[in-house]
Design a protein around this ligand. Structure first.
Ligand SMILES: *Cc1c(COP(=O)(O)O)cnc(C)c1O
Length: 393
């Protein structure tokens, strides 16, 4: 098993088998290495390992076999050369910024990214002299126009949240490279099962493993996947020093999450597609945002870029905020929470939760209407999900 070249296997197989270096105990399942440090056979060996002249574990802030197994597996699935795991998705994004940026640099970021990502760029990197401009995810010309001589990278999420808009990764990668910038894609919504940004030309993928990779709402974690050169030069030194490490226990949970990722994500997509089609038929629903629907503005792009349309659906009610709250409160089974990617279906009202701190004007500019409801479709029986929403429709 040790010499298997997992590059020759498909994603589903890599997700189940890659990354495990079986120990002398012949275990079938990956063990949790609950150890902070490792012992060396001699003073010389300790020296060789610390200076990187000899591979091997040193200290679990940056080397742990359970975490390494997770990293190796996710790197293969994303078709990247190397992956590093972090304590959360935000820690992964922070690592990319800390590793790549310096005072005076500039970043272009899509407007609809995860709220804390906006705060990270504006409040924290901003504090150290990095300027960030936010542009419309799907406005290719705006991306190019925003690039300056000091732009270091472009950062985006596709599909976006909560309007599920799709950016063309290949086109934006070409634009980034033409201007000597990197393209970074947060692949949390799609996972490598639906979309592999590195194959489409992106330079770095970041993940919140908290969502679909765990899939059952248990652990918080994140990852960065890129070329060996980018990881070794910019990300690994920061992880080793900054210390936002994934714990071996969390890595073990995420490893088992990866084992069922392909089958779960496909089931999420099937349920979401059926729900989107059904929602389009309901009175009181003004618009359904789902890239699987021919009515979606980037339907053709989604078909080309993703292997399926994803597990998140949002829709606008004609009755505004009042109707949205009524619908949410009328559900009996759905979880009222902003989390996503869980086997349990979750429902949220973006205008008063995830986007509630924005001014009404900024919210309107972002297209987030008061009647908008977002559902992260879980794996319960689809008829039960429909019936639960029907109570308030
Ligand atoms: C949740 C999320 C994050 C942050 O991840 P955490 O694991 O919660 O730190 C980043 N990006 C996206 C798209 C997310 O949904």
């Amino acid at each position: 098993m040790k010499d298997t070249n997992w590059n020759n296997y498909s994603l589903e197989t890599q997700a189940i088998r890659a990354g495990h270096q079986r120990t002398h105990e012949d275990e079938h399942s990956i063990p949790i290495f609950a150890t902070s440090s490792y012992v060396f056979k001699s003073a010389e060996e300790a020296s060789l390992r610390f200076t990187g002249q000899k591979p091997g574990n040193i200290y679990s802030r940056f080397t742990n076999p359970t975490v390494s197994a997770f990293q190796e597996r996710l790197a293969l699935m994303e078709k990247g050369e190397r992956c590093l795991a972090f304590s959360s998705g935000m820690a992964a994004i922070m690592a990319v910024g800390m590793g790549l940026l310096k005072a005076g640099d500039h970043v272009v970021c899509s407007r609809g990214v995860f709220g804390n990502t906006v705060l990270m760029f504006q409040n924290y990197f901003g504090k150290f002299g990095v300027e960030t401009d936010f542009v419309d995810l799907i406005d290719t010309a705006a991306w190019e126009a925003a690039i300056k001589p000091n732009t270091r990278f472009l950062f985006l999420e596709t599909p976006s949240n909560p309007l599920i808009e799709i950016a063309d990764i290949s086109v934006l990668a070409d634009i980034a490279h033409k201007h000597d910038c990197l393209l970074i894609v947060d692949n949390c919504f799609c996972t490598p099962v639906l979309q592999k940004p590195l194959e489409l030309g992106a330079d770095i993928v970041v993940h919140s493993a908290t969502k679909y990779i765990d899939g059952q709402g248990r652990c918080v974690g994140g990852a960065v996947v890129a070329s060996e050169e980018i990881i070794e030069k910019y990300i690994y030194p920061y992880l080793r020093t900054g210390g936002a490490t994934m714990s071996p226990f969390n890595a073990w949970v995420f490893l088992s999450g990866l084992e069922t990722l392909a089958i779960r994500v496909k089931a999420h997509c099937d349920n979401a597609f059926e729900l989107a089609l059904w929602l389009e038929q309901q009175a009181g629903v003004a618009k359904v945002h789902y890239p699987g629907l021919p009515s979606h503005a980037q339907h053709e792009l989604a078909k080309r870029q993703q292997s399926h349309f994803g597990g998140v659906v949002s829709f606008e009610l004609t009755g505004g905020k009042e109707h949205a709250w009524k619908l949410i409160d009328a559900t009996e089974m759905l979880s009222i929470t902003a989390n996503l990617g869980d086997v349990k279906t979750t429902i949220t009202h973006p205008a008063t939760t995830t986007h509630g701190r924005l001014t009404p004007e900024v919210r309107a500019a972002a297209g987030i209407k008061d009647g908008l409801v977002r559902v992260s479709v879980g794996l319960e029986n689809i008829e039960d999900i429909k019936n639960d929403l029907l109570r308030g429709l």
